[in-house]
Design a protein around this ligand. Sequence first.
Ligand code: HEM
Length: 237
Amino acid sequence: MTVSDRTYFTLRRLHSLSGVVPVGVFLLEHFFTNSFAVQGPDAFNRAAEHLAEIPYVVLIEVFGIGLPILFHMVLGLVIVTTGQANAAKYRYQNNWMYLLQRVSGLFLVAYILYHVWTTRLSPEVMRGETDLFGMMSDDLRSPGLFAFYVLGVIAASYHFGNGLFGFAIHWGLATGRRAQRNVARLGLAVFLVLSLVGINSLLAFVHRPVRLFERAPETKVVEHPPLPAPAPPGGTR
Ligand code: HEM
């Protein structure tokens, strides 16, 4: 099937936008929620239950997350397999970064399908009987699955970080050399920070998280006794 240039242009723009809103925004929320694992099983399961209780959750999941990911994924596959996109045409400075964008996208297809099935759509999870922390914990104790998840986290972080650069170029938000360099740096920072946060959450499921920037759980607020009243003016001898 062929589409007109105009339709193709609109679809490419929608593909680009969907990668940031809502899919990219969801990715940030997902990494944030998963970070509750660092505080232990109860905190993680509470955070997951809290999300499951928000109003209109199923509508949000279907129309705000599922369908946009599906749209981005299917059109992404078309772009990768038909080779209609040309890196030079879109003025990418580094073709290998663009290549990695596509390779990470391809890997994410397998990763997302597996991850969504096991954690959201499998019959046990749909029945609402699953201890999500325990299930992730069991899965991640297998070295093969742990490596698969680490790769998934790195691929998603790279794809989104570098995707922000592509997004800024395609939407004309970074036209000058300097602006493009700054957006590339921002993309790299997003990639590194998300990778670290994501891998730390994975470690938390196998009980080896790194606790950073948090109060230790045993920290208590110590009540000080009231200070003695100040001496009256003139003082006592
Ligand atoms: C974690 C999920 C994903 C997120 C957050 C995401 C985000 C993004 C972003 C922000 C862009 C940049 C848009 C632009 O260049 O204007 C992008 C591009 C792209 N994405 Fe994704 N994406 C995800 C999953 C996928 C998947 C599963 C595929 C499947 C192959 C895919 C394929 C692509 C392709 C091919 C491009 C480059 C489009 C181009 O030629 O400019 N993405 N993505």
